[in-house]
Design a protein. Sequence first.
Lengths: 562, 370
Amino acid sequence: MRRFARLYAELDASTSTDAKVASLVRYLAEAPPEDAAWGVYFLAGGRPRQTVPTALLRATAVRLAEVPEWLFEESYQAVGDLAETIALVLPPPMRRSDVGLAQWLTERLLPLRGAPPDQQAAALAGWFDELLPDERFLLIKLIGGGFRVGVSKLLVQRALAQHGGLDAKLVAQRMMGWADARTPPSAARLQALLAKEAQPVLDAGQPYPFFLAHQLQAEPESLGSPADWLAEWKYDGIRAQLVRRAGQVWIWSRGEELVTERFPEVVAKAQALPDGTVLDGELVVWKDGAPAPFQLLQQRIGRKTLTKKMLAEVPVDFIAYDLLEAGRQDLRAMPQWQRRERLEALLQGSGLLISPIVSGQAWGDLSAQRAGSRQRGVEGLMLKHRQAGYGSGRTKAAGVWWKWKIDPMTVDGVLVYAQAGHGRRASVYTDYTFAVWNRAPRDAAEAQAVVEAIGRREPAQPDALQLVAFTKAYSGLSDEEFRGVDARIRATTLEKFGPVRSVKPTLVFELGFEGIQRSPRHKSGIALRFPRMLRIRDDKPLHEADTLQTLQALLDAANARS
Amino acid sequence: MDLVVERPEGLYCPPGDFFIDPWRPVERAVITHAHADHARPGHAHVLATSVSEGVLKSRLGDDLPFFGLAYGERVAHRGVTISLHPAGHVLGSAQVRLEHGGQVWVVSGDYYLSAHDERNPTTPPFEPVRCDCFITESTFGLPVYRWRPQAEVFADIDAWWRANAAAGRPSLLLGYSFGKAQRLIAGVDASIGPIVVHGAVEALNAAYRAKGVALPPTTLVSEVPDRKMLAGALVVAPPAVHASAWARKLGAFSDAFASGWMALRGARRRQGVDRGFVLSDHADWPGLQRAIRASGAERVIVTHGYEAVMVRWLREQGWNAGAFHTEYGGDAASSVDEVAAPAPAPAPQIGGERHRDGDRDRDSDSDPAA
């Protein structure tokens, strides 16, 4: 644990990828293999189920620290991370231990799941008293399943490759599914991961590393002739691989989570595929021959049990767009157009959907079709070079996939509430709530009168001009912009409600979002998809911010298509 | 009668008709220490420790009407007995003890005290003073702030410096130029390599040495004879040089920031340095509790930091507690902008580089994000 805590601290502190890889390689070389196996599991995004409920963790910490609950809460608000708050608020340890990571997991943490609360609390108290704050922090993250560290999977693979003297692509391939691990990490599995043999036998259900697309920032003309590219719609669903091997079907999400059981209708259709087939594609809710908004899919994933009603009302389909394996042959090195031909031949008559090709002679044709994306319920176009192989992760060596998304919908909103962020944004006001006018103000003076009334904390008159909160957003600004807005918030704070501050409205932001839906769960009655700040509109006076009518018009336009 | 009350100009002693660390110009001011947020310019008469005279005059002007006291020395003014007692914070820092009409009040200023029996090697340790009312700072007034023994922190700094030196790169250690820098220089293992300093730091090193504080030899960056010397050096500079042209001239270095705020991961990561060393010249949570208990005071008044939290906590523990609003430091959890809100003193600067580097240097720890 001490060794893993040190690795964590090094990865957390460093911003240089070389330094991170060096730390990882050193860890792999020094840690006993059984510990390193668990280390790799966590670094690859593995999360065992939570062993102790958060409430119990917190209550135990409050008791041991001998502080009242409110003081713990104040501390948490300042720290911005529960595990870190617990790690710091406890008195220094009376003893020191150095138990290996594997032993921590297999002999201590995992057996504690489901134990009676008093037994869990007693175990925690003992452990807290033998660990330093940074080790405690890590322990709590491992217990609570909240372990995250600033190192990409690619870097972990690079380190493993360097450590084992292997090709990073081979490591990436072998690592698929490590994090999902129904079988726990072990020295033997790590050994298999690092084996020198050219192609060890894969687990039957193992997927390939996903090939990830890049955002197209430049004009499409920069890509050369459109004839060199395959264009397809970009669906707003869950990226997935469908693996058909050994008479079985596996469905993997992009997060390398096995999600087979959640999509029985897709599994049923995939049974028709020949053995030794792997498809890449998108899981979407498919209704009346068109994709439905992502929110529906989200609702379905959120349910623990799949009812018949749910299956009937929210049917999911798999839209295939690539063929990675056929006849047990890895096709990833084959050019895109050839894989596409094989895909079409294979799926003909199978009942599985194929992502259609969007054709256009010139970029202008494609651009015109892309403009209609919103009506089709898609996010824009994907551009795949005809000669591109299927790469691994965000690499560009085998060729590139471009996401050519439509511009987001935008609204100019007024900042009305702010809350401090978490993690590296702790104690900085970065999470904002925005409002629009309930009707367009007559002029600057009328808007200013409302702002002054808010400043005097006067409640709004029911039918008068007022600001109506409609969304939160917390991304899109640079650190420097956040610092500036943070200062404005502190200078214009009206009231503090726990961690939330209300401010005198002075700032207008252009907000971007990908979708708009009616939502009874939100106070304003609407829900936005991916809301974020596009820029601060210092040039825009408050009375020119948008109105409820603007939102209504966007909502009507969004509903018009379905 | 209350010996200290809140006034718009600052904390005021009515029977003595003087202020303590006022933020507006006044006729008579007692100054606890020379950090810019406590020692503002423009007062007609200033009383402070004799030790702090040099630094105060270099900041507020050589013509400062200054009256110096030795630690523990008593002076009577309009029936109030005033004495100054070590606070352990920076060179010359003091708590102010006031006695009048059978009552004793103590104003802490900024002080350093933790659960460990250790001291800031550059200034006499915090001396508990018995009183009826203790006016305490609360910069780190949350139970998540618990300092490790400073020997452990210095061992970490030394190990970092040693590893950098072995790799042939300079170690740029950022800390406020008045107080933190000298504590760092005094605390590290000077046998590891040369200690090179920024001009703003060297000016204060001189002030410390003039008062007999032992510091290992230091070399100004501008006077480094051979650039090879930098490779194994510890370079001590104010935080303002972070990511500046000044720092880039050092070549490929590793950087670190020494501050109490580095206790939190979020602050560490925002700082954007390779390492954050948790080293503060303020009391941590156990230190604050310890100081309050040691004062024997029944009444506690909390200033600058987590006032509301401390007041509620102390009341629940049975103290008669209240808060004064002051303009020192700043809201402990605040951003750089808020701390920077009061205008910096337009005082003459020590050394030539201070002005340019923009080191606000108001208080070694009051600025988490500088």
